[in-house]
Design a protein around this ligand. Structure first.
Ligand SMILES: NC(=O)c1ccc[n+]([C@@H]2O[C@H](COP(=O)([O-])OP(=O)(O)OC[C@H]3O[C@@H](n4cnc5c(N)ncnc54)[C@H](O)[C@@H]3O)[C@@H](O)[C@H]2O)c1
Length: 247
């Protein structure tokens, strides 16, 4: 479980634990990781930057040392990347967004897939975004990285399906969390509007007119990891209230 110390990742990890699963998380923030592990006895974790392949290797080795082979991989980490016009995006920010958002998922998958294939059992759940459907000006590295996450997911579903290893992606909409509040606050500041106004503009184009709670996403992840989803692979599943458009 990547990015498990906070927000959506933490709720997912806690719900897996509540269902009796052995859960290993990783996060780049040591303090948040320590706090989450303190609050969840039995859960284990590693401080790691998933954008660094050596860190990914360390996370997988520590998880395997704790619990043995990994049967469910949840690739939750995704950074927002720069908010800028194409011509103003620094090369370093482009590379970092691609490395953290899709490179890391590949690095985790290549390390856990051999055991899953051996056991002929496994589930991989990757986090994309509803913005791959609407597209999002000024967020090119993010949208491109998440489109790549979807291709990685669909290609893996074909390649791994004959080994009974499933791979699906979740496309969240507007999550009710700090990160989305920061994005809304930035847009409000840039455009000289109130944050409430920016948020209500977002909600106009969400069919259910509501934000997604981390628990909504966790329920879907648990379902996709479970035997109830034994025949579900190669799906890009939006959990978003149906984001019709984004501005
Ligand atoms: N927030 C939204 O509204 C929204 C919308 C659509 C899609 N998503 C996607 O959903 C997923 C979860 O989003 P979130 O809002 O909970 O994320 P978040 O920004 O709150 O981060 C979640 C956790 O990931 C950790 N993290 C960040 N970079 C890391 C790195 N390099 N290595 C290891 N850990 C790292 C953070 O410390 C944090 O604990 C992401 O893939 C995101 O792109 C989010």
């Amino acid at each position: 479980m990547t990015g498990g110390a906070d927000s959506v990742g933490r709720v997912i990890a806690e719900q897996f634990r509540a269902g009796g699963a052995l859960v290993h998380i990783c996060d780049v923030r040591a303090d948040a990781l320590a706090e989450t592990l303190r609050a969840n006895p039995g859960m284990t974790g590693t401080v790691a930057n998933v954008g660094k392949p050596d860190d990914v290797g360390r996370v997988v080795r520590e998880a395997e040392r704790q619990f043995g082979d990994i049967s469910v991989l949840v690739n939750n980490v995704g950074i927002a990347g720069p908010r800028a016009a194409i011509e103003d995006i620094p090369d370093e920010a482009w590379r970092e967004t691609l490395d953290v958002n899709v490179g890391a998922m590949f690095q985790f998958m290549k390390r856990v897939v051999p055991a899953m294939k051996r056991h002929r059992h496994g589930a991989i759940i990757n986090f994309s975004t509803g913005s791959t459907r609407t597209r999002l000006p000024m967020r090119t590295p993010y949208v491109v990285s998440k489109a790549a996450v979807e291709s990685l997911t669909l290609n893996a579903a074909r390649e791994l399906g004959p080994f009974n290893v499933r791979c699906n992606a979740i496309l969240p909409g507007m999550i009710d969390n700090d990160r989305m509040r920061r994005i809304v606050a930035n847009i409000a500041q840039e455009s000289g509007r109130a944050a409430e106004e920016v948020e209500s503009d977002y909600l106009k184009y969400i069919s259910l007119r509501s934000k997604v709670q981390p628990e909504d996403l966790a329920q879907t992840v648990l379902f996709l990891a479970s035997d109830a989803a034994a025949k579900i692979t190669g799906e890009l599943l939006a959990v978003s209230g149906n984001v019709e458009w984004e501005i």
